[in-house]
Design a protein around this ligand. Structure first.
Ligand code: 5GP
Ligand code: SF4
Ligand code: MG
Length: 460
């Protein structure tokens, strides 16, 4: 998901709309904005893309005020439906407040059950609703105290923006799994999942919010709190591989730079005799450029993407996902016919995309089709806000690399090693005792306890 917040700027909801538009790649299912005009909160939540819903003047007119937070949704827990669309708005004894969340809590069900025992009633199936109840039931003296009290009771990944009658709050979980950055627009503070959302409104990047940090923005400025004992951080390495937009800078690294270096490492680790390097658009493009530059094999757009189809992976049902891949890619026969092609993509999850793309390229007359993947095999599901399917559906958890090559029908298949990935983010190697990143989907080493999973069967 993508989150955005702005404090003290007229037409806050319009700026929020632009920010969310830049964060659309983090979730296309639905979006919402909550604004505050000093007297009252206003809530708009709609299914679909920002450009189709929030750009209408009528919608923006219903969101007055100089403070706003927003969210682009990509369903990881709780499934679809409007009741799970964020920001969530609620009123507790101290007034109204709204919250938008990127990430996933790993103990939400456990906490929810305990809250229900105390009489709480939940109106969504989203883990994020847990925060509302924890804040409302807290005995903290003000909103900030209650907010921090709530954070102390949850586990997992969260980058949050919250809006109360007096404050805009931003917070990252103690491991800093999901990103959150701070920006400044003519003296007004902005919070956003990625820097590309600052660029679109001409805001200046100030800094990344730190892991475990809670920032409070009011008319008087900004203050920082660190309510947790510091621990080594574990930023999601998959943000660099796939999730973030390539023009964003996260944790001091430009995402496009990292992806190109990933391609270079891949070419060194897993070289290939081929005539052309072809990216699987769009997610494979930067790594394919790096691969081509390091190998000296020409880069060609051998597959053309139709841009009017969303990310196939994000469509909730399997049948639509199947259709989506065909709608999305077409081979450029002129480029491919008679050639030895090396395809570069960011990852193989279920293997559906790769299987179809390889077939397309063969049907277009390729002499050989090789595949190089810009990450290690995806072996384990993510419980921190990226929608990987359960373990049994991950191709790499069921098959050896050789069997995967047979399954997607390529002449050869190569993946980046985990150390290659760490080199691409400019770490000499993965620190086995305490990895510098979360890389659980590749290694199965989860940086937190998985409380809800202990009672569930998803990873068994
Ligand atoms: P597959 O067909 O193998 O399941 O999907 C792989 C494709 O989906 C890759 O090209 C990649 O761009 C995209 N993808 C990989 N991982 C994820 C993910 O966790 N979430 C989403 N939304 N897309 C992914
Ligand atoms: Fe990122 Fe993978 Fe960790 Fe999920 S499991 S937070 S996708 S590195
Ligand atoms: Mg892709």
């Amino acid at each position: 998901c993508g989150v955005f917040g702005i404090f003290g700027k007229s037409e806050a909801a319009s700026l929020c709309t632009l920010g969310l538009h830049a964060l659309q790649h983090r979730g296309q299912e639905a979006a919402g904005i909550v604004s505050y005009d000093g007297k009252q909160f206003y809530v708009e939540r709609h299914a679909g893309l920002i450009g189709d819903t929030f750009t209408k003047t009528s919608v923006l007119e219903r969101l007055p005020g100089s403070r706003a937070i927003g969210h682009t949704r990509y369903a990881t827990t709780g499934g679809g439906g409007m009741r799970n669309v964020q920001p969530f708005y609620a009123e507790y004894e101290g007034g109204g407040f709204a919250i938008a969340h990127n990430g996933n809590l790993t103990n939400a069900l456990t906490v929810q059950k305990a809250l229900q025992k105390r009489g709480a009633i939940f109106s969504s199936t989203s883990d994020t609703e847990t925060f509302l109840h924890l804040i409302a039931m807290s005995e903290g003296k003000d909103f900030l105290d209650r907010f921090i009290d709530a954070l102390k009771q949850v586990e997992g990944a969260y980058s949050l923006v919250g809006l109360s009658e007096k404050k805009l709050i931003g917070a990252r979980d103690p491991l800093g799994i999901r990103p959150l950055v701070l920006g400044d627009l003519d003296g007004s503070y902005i919070l956003a999942s990625e820097t590309c959302a600052l660029d679109i409104i001409g805001a200046r990047y100030v800094r990344d919010i730190k892991a475990g940090e809670v920032v409070v923005i009011t008319g008087k400025g900004i203050e920082s709190h660190f309510p947790f004992a510091p621990v080594p951080t574990r930023f999601c390495i998959f943000e660099y591989v796939y999730f973030a937009r390539p023009d964003s800078n996260l944790e001091g690294r430009n995402v496009y730079d990292v992806r190109k270096r990933i391609g270079e490492e891949l070419a060194l680790e897993s070289p290939c005799d081929a005539d052309i390097v072809v990216p699987v658009p769009d997610s494979g493009v930067p790594a394919a450029i790096g691969f081509a530059q390091a190998s000296g094999i020409p880069f060609e757009l051998g597959i053309i993407r139709n841009h009017y189809v969303g990310r196939t992976f994000i469509q909730p049902s399997q049948s639509i996902r199947h259709m989506g891949v065909k709608l999305k890619h077409n081979p450029n026969r002129k480029m491919i016919e008679g050639k030895r092609v090396v395809l570069v993509d960011d990852s193989i999850v279920r293997g559906t995309t790769s299987q179809k793309i390889v077939q397309l390229v063969r049907d277009a007359g390729a002499k050989e089709v090789h595949m190089r993947i810009a990450s290690p095999p995806t072996m384990s599901p993510c419980f921190y806000g990226v929608d990987t399917p359960e373990k049994a559906k991950l191709l790499a958890s069921r098959m050896s690399i050789e069997d995967m090559a047979d399954f997607i029908k390529v002449d050869s298949l190569g993946f980046l090693t985990i150390d290659g990935l760490y080199r691409a983010v400019r770490e000499p190697q993965r620190n086995g005792e305490c990895p510098q990143f979360c890389d659980a989907c590749f290694t199965g080493e989860y940086p937190t306890r998985l409380m809800d999973q202990e009672v569930d069967s998803k990873i068994r």
